[in-house]
Design a protein around this ligand. Structure first.
Ligand SMILES: Nc1nc2c(ncn2[C@@H]2O[C@H](COP(=O)(O)OP(=O)(O)OP(=O)(O)O)[C@@H](O)[C@H]2O)c(=O)[nH]1
Ligand SMILES: [Mg+2]
Length: 301
């Protein structure tokens, strides 16, 4: 998921189109979601987006939707976030989300997207200073679009000066001429690189192996999880623990339902004391002994 934001008219839509075109040429599937503040619907933004959609019309590899922010001032339309996630889950290789401005919407997008692009243009002058507060934290990549126009050097200098005051997070600065498709392949390389480093950070070596949930009866609890789309991988009775167990895979993790098989079992006591619910969280670590040593050394247990 890639968020694209920047001031009105910076060329975001043109840039998104150029990126989508290049991605399609690489055989990737794309979803484009454009968030239009409601007040601008009559201002031609939607019309512009409609026109550009025709370029991709008939290509099933590109899904395009323009969405209004539905009046929730500063709030990225919930529907957009849901749709972006849906497109991601549906296996779209890239979900490009365009928003205008630098506000709450963009911060929300940054939370949703793996990579956030902030599009700037020459001639912004002091505007770079004016918008810095909001974008400093969220930008992974700054794109100086309309680099065919005078003043690109100046924007870049101002940006660099601004970033040098930053706190270690150093976004890339790239130039593009969206209307000519110039700088797009470099931009996509930077997007992929940034996305990969995010994913590495996301995949910490410690993960949740399973969540143990105490229930009075497996047969009573399983239909709830089945209705959510989970399936029972296996069932067994662990005699030593006096417990009936059902394992339901959920993503990279699993849910373990635990039913007491005897009235004085640990799970029976847990149910008596606390009622049904989360009984334990099992974390998977690369090296159990090392993890235990670290815990002891830290004084955490
Ligand atoms: N010279 C030049 N013009 C460009 C470039 N990229 C976009 N434009 C033009 O800038 C204008 C605005 O482009 P859009 O892509 O609609 O900009 P936007 O940021 O999506 O605008 P809003 O969604 O309305 O905020 C259009 O007339 C584009 O043709 C560029 O690299 N160079
Ligand atoms: Mg646009």
């Amino acid at each position: 998921m890639v968020g694209i934001t920047g001031p009105p008219g910076a060329g975001k839509s043109t840039l998104v189109d150029a990126m989508a075109l290049a991605l399609r040429q690489q055989g990737k599937t794309v979803a484009i979601l454009a968030v239009d503040p409601s007040s601008r619907i009559t201002g031609g933004a939607i019309l512009g987006d409609r026109i550009r959609m025709q370029q991709h019309h008939g290509d099933p590899g590109i899904f395009i939707r323009s969405m209004a922010t539905r009046g929730s001032l500063g709030g990225l339309s919930r529907a957009t976030a849901d749709l972006a996630r849906l497109m991601d889950c549906a296996g779209r290789d890239y979900v490009l989300i365009e928003t205008v401005g630098v506000g709450q919407d963009e911060v929300e997008i940054a939370g949703l997207a793996q990579v956030t692009l902030v599009v700037l243009v020459p001639g912004m002058g002091d505007d770079v200073q004016a918008i810095k507060a909001g974008i400093m934290e969220i930008a992974d990549i700054f794109v100086i679009n309309k680099a065919d126009q005078p003043g690109a050097d100046r924007v870049e200098r101002e940006l660099q000066a601004m970033l040098s005051l930053g706190n270690g997070h150093v976004p890339a600065i790239l130039r593009a001429i969206a209307t000519e498709g110039a700088g797009i392949s470099e931009l996509l390389d930077a997007v992929n690189k940034s996305g990969e480093s995010r994913n590495v950070a996301r995949f910490s070596p410690v993960s949740i192996d399973h969540l143990g949930i105490a229930v009075p009866a497996l047969d009573g609890a399983i239909p709830f999880y089945q209705a959510l789309g989970l399936t029972v991988e296996h069932r067994e009775t662990v005699a030593t623990e006096r417990v009936h167990v059902a394992m339901l895979p959920a993503g990279d993790s699993r849910i373990e339902l635990l039913e007491p098989s005897a009235p004085d079992s640990p799970i029976a006591k847990f149910l008596e004391k606390r009622g049904p619910g989360l009984h334990h969280v099992a974390l998977r670590v690369p090296d159990l002994n090392a993890a235990l040593e670290r815990l002891k050394a830290s004084g955490a247990c």
